[in-house]
Design a binder for this molecule. Structure first.
Ligand code: HSE
Length: 403
C-alpha cells in the first residue's frame, strides 16, 4: 500500500516516524508493506529525508492511482475538507486526526466512504492515542450509551494539573504545553473549551448515531480559574477538571463542556498532565473507562497509523459507522442539574444566605475577612441563575458534591 501524508507538522511527521520505527510489525499486522510515497506541505524541508517525497500540489496525489490511502494531519476545515472529499470520491481511504473536520463533516464523509467502499477513519481525532472511536463503533454495540463523561483536552488538563499540584501560573503552564506540542495553533481553542466541545460532538454523534452540532454545545473554558479557586479546591479535597459531558435522560440529550470540582470517588480525579480519560456508561455494561496519552506527536500518530493498518486490511470493504446527518436536538442546558461552588464578597454573605438557605460554607483562613464561599444543593442551571441575580459572583464552579 502506498500512502500520502497531507501536512508534515507535529502529527504528520510523527506518522512517518511511527511507520519507520515499527515498519516490520506494521507490515505484518496490515498484511502488506505500507510505504509513504508523497508528503504534501507548503514548506520545504531541505536536507531532510522527506525532501524527495515532498509535493506542493494535491492534484499530484489525487490523480495517482497507486495511492490507496491518505493520511490527513493538516488540521482546520479547509483545505482539508476539499482534499479529503476528493480523495474519498476517487476511491482512496482517508485516516485523519483532524477534529474540526470530523466534527463538522463527519456524517457526509462517512457516507461518501460507504458509497465508494473505502474507509474514513478518525481514531486520533479524540483522545490522542486512546482507542475510543473504534470501541464506540465496534465494541460497545450491544448497549444504549447513557452517558459519556471525560477529560479530552490534554493542554487544559496539563495546565490544571500544574496549577493545582505545583502552583504554576496559567501562562507558564500554557507555554510549556505549547513547547511540548500539545496545544492548538490558536490556544484559545484549548483554553476556551472549543477543542473539547468538538471532541464531545464527535463522541456524542457516534454514541447516538445522529449529528450533534458542535455549535449547539454549551462550552466554558478554564480562563476564569485563579489560584484562589485551587486553594478552595484543596480545602475541599477536590480537583478542578475541564470535563465534557453528554447525557441521555429519557428523551432528552444534554451536552456541556465546563470546569468541574470532583473528588477521589470520581475515576477522572487522578487523571493528570496530558493524559485523557473517557468514561462511558452503557445501559447493560455499566461503566467502562478509556485512559491514555491524550495529545502529542507519537501517541496521536500511533492512533493514525492504527487506522492506516485498518484501512489496508479492509480494502474494498467499508467498515460500517452509524452517524447519520440527521441533527440531534440538544435539550435546554438551563434544565440540567448541578451543584455549585460559589464565591461572593464578604459584604454579600447575608444576601447569599437569604438566596440559598440550605448552603454549606467553605472557609479559607486567609480569605475569611474578604470573601464568603459556599456549596449549593443540586439545582437546575436556570434556578442557580435566578437565585444569584442579585449577587456579585467572584467565581462559580460546578461540583459533584454539596458538602
Ligand atoms: N490541543 C489538543 C489537546 C491536541 O491538547 O488535547 C489533541 O487533540
Amino acid at each position: 500500500m502506498k500512502i500520502a501524508i497531507l501536512g508534515y507538522g507535529t502529527i504528520g511527521s510523527g506518522v512517518a516516524e511511527v511507520l519507520e520505527t515499527n515498519h516490520d510489525n506494521i507490515a505484518k499486522r496490515a498484511g502488506e508493506e505500507v510505504t509513504v510515497k508523497y508528503v504534501l506541505d507548503l514548506r520545504e524541508f531541505p536536507g531532510t529525508k522527506v525532501e524527495e517525497l515532498l509535493v506542493h500540489d494535491f492534484a499530484v496525489i489525487a490523480s495517482d492511482a497507486e495511492i490507496g490511502c491518505i493520511v490527513e494531519t493538516m488540521g482546520g476545515v479547509e483545505p482539508a475538507y476539499s482534499y479529503v472529499k476528493e480523495a474519498l470520491l476517487r476511491g482512496k481511504s482517508v485516516c485523519t486526526s483532524n477534529k474540526e473536520l470530523v466534527a463538522e463533516h463527519g456524517a457526509e464523509l462517512l457516507e461518501i466512504a460507504r458509497q465508494k467502499k473505502v474507509n474514513f477513519l478518525f481514531e486520533a481525532s479524540v483522545g490522542g492515542g486512546i482507542p475510543i472511536i473504534r470501541p464506540l463503533n465496534q465494541s460497545l454495540t450491544a448497549d444504549e450509551i447513557m452517558e459519556i463523561t471525560g477529560i479530552v483536552n490534554g493542554t487544559t488538563n496539563y495546565i490544571l494539573t500544574k496549577m493545582s499540584r505545583e502552583g504554576q501560573t496559567f501562562e507558564a503552564a500554557l507555554s510549556k504545553a505549547q513547547e511540548l506540542g500539545y496545544a492548538e495553533r490558536n490556544p484559545e481553542a484549548d483554553v476556551e473549551g472549543y477543542d473539547a466541545g468538538r471532541k464531545l460532538a464527535i463522541l456524542a454523534s457516534l454514541a447516538y448515531g445522529m449529528q450533534v452540532d458542535y455549535e449547539d454545545i454549551y462550552m466554558e473554558g478554564i480562563t476564569k480559574l485563579t489560584d484562589v479557586d485551587f486553594q478552595y479546591a484543596e480545602a475541599l479535597d477536590a480537583e478542578i477538571k475541564l470535563l465534557v459531558s453528554g447525557k441521555r435522560e429519557g428523551d432528552s440529550f444534554y451536552a456541556m463542556v465546563a470546569p468541574k470540582m470532583i473528588r477521589s470517588d470520581n475515576p477522572l480525579y487522578s487523571v493528570q498532565d496530558v493524559f485523557n480519560a473517557i468514561l462511558v456508561r452503557g445501559n447493560m455494561l455499566g461503566d467502562v473507562m478509556f485512559y491514555g496519552s491524550g495529545a502529542g506527536k507519537l501517541p496521536t500518530a500511533s492512533a493514525v497509523v492504527a487506522d492506516v493498518v485498518d484501512a489496508v486490511k479492509h480494502q474494498g470493504k467499508n467498515i460500517m459507522t452509524i452517524w447519520s446527518n440527521k441533527k440531534l436536538a440538544l435539550s435546554d442546558r438551563m434544565e440540567a442539574e448541578n451543584n455549585f461552588f460559589v464565591r461572593v464578597p464578604k459584604t454579600e454573605e447575608a444576601r447569599a444566605r437569604e438566596a440559598f438557605p440550605e448552603i454549606t460554607e467553605v472557609k479559607l483562613a486567609d480569605l475569611r475577612e474578604t470573601e464568603f464561599a459556599f456549596l449549593t444543593p443540586r439545582l437546575k442551571e436556570k434556578e442557580f441563575i435566578q437565585r444569584t441575580q442579585a449577587l456579585t459572583i467572584l467565581n462559580r464552579i460546578r461540583t459533584e458534591f454539596a458538602e
